[in-house]
Design a protein around this ligand. Structure first.
Ligand code: CNA
Length: 244
């Protein structure tokens, strides 16, 4: 393990063209549960699996159940969270000119709060809430403070949270930029993701190099991975980038 860390650290030290691709596991060290770990949202008991509740069809059919789940299991932990050492390290790597982009499946905004500037949020952001009927935008503050299901104060339409729901397409501009960054990266760090949720997971296949580093608590099945470090992403990033 230590040998591998030394090898991966050397790769990171030597590159000024690193791209990061992360998932929910990047924020578990900030106290936000992921979906698939032992204590993740999937392992808790609900009448429906999270992927079903957080889908566009379910949202339109059962907005009250959707909102209960969203507020209790997603928004509350996100609002209580602070960036962890991993988020901070990535922001430092960007400032040092080594990291070109952070691509994340997370909606929590912790990368930006840690100081990262070029962040591509594939699955949206908790900040960009909007009315399904008239399109009016609503701040996170408005959205989070309302009890129960949130409706538009202008037309009474249902407010769609900023997250891209299962069954909805990803933003084509963000997809395009993601493909560009990944295909041009010398080093691709993938961290805290089960690489199951599509189409996000398949974007990693645009990588053309031979320095794909996975930082994860568990191994994931992807033949493109060149280096796997098993452990917590935040702790590993702290050991891998020490030039501050
Ligand atoms: P996932 O499917 O829950 O997988 C998480 C992965 O991270 C698993 O392989 C874990 O073993 C691993 N993991 C957990 N903690 C750590 C850690 N500290 N260090 C390294 N690895 C760890 O999550 P994905 O991101 O792959 O799934 C994509 C979904 C989850 C996306 O749509 C996200 O929007 C959604 N999600 C986001 C958040 C958030 O914004 N923080 C929280 C929960 C779910």
């Amino acid at each position: 393990m230590q040998v591998k860390i030394a090898k991966v650290k050397q790769i990171i030290d030597q590159s000024n063209n690193i791209v990061f691709f992360g998932g929910a596991g990047m924020s578990t060290e900030s106290g936000i549960p992921d979906f698939r770990s032992a204590d993740g949202i999937y392992k808790q008991k609900y009448n429906y699996p999270p992927e079903q509740i957080l889908s566009i069809n379910f949202f339109k059919r059962h907005p009250d159940v959707f909102y209960d789940f969203l507020k209790e299991k997603v928004l509350t932990p996100i609002l209580a969270a602070q960036p962890n050492q991993g988020h901070i390290k990535l922001a430092q790597m960007e400032k040092a000119g080594k990291l070109k982009a952070v691509i994340t499946q997370n909606i929590d905004g912790l990368h930006q709060r840690a100081g990262s500037e070029n962040v591509l949020q594939l699955h949206g952001s908790i900040k960009n809430n909007y009315c399904l009927k008239c399109g009016k935008n609503f701040s996170l503050d408005y959205f989070a403070k309302k009890e129960g299901t949130v409706y538009c104060d202008r037309c009474d339409g249902l407010i769609h949270p900023g997250a891209v729901l299962f069954g909805e397409p990803l933003d084509s501009m963000i997809m395009r930029k993601t493909k560009e960054y990944i295909s041009q990266a010398e080093v691709l760090i993938v961290a805290g993701t089960s690489m199951i949720v599509q189409p996000a997971a398949a974007l990693v296949n645009y990588y053309q190099g031979d320095k794909l580093i996975l930082l994860n608590l568990t191994q994931v099945s992807n033949r493109r991975i060149n280096y796997f470090l098993k452990g917590k992403a935040g702790e590993l990033l702290s050991q891998l980038y020490t030039d501050t």
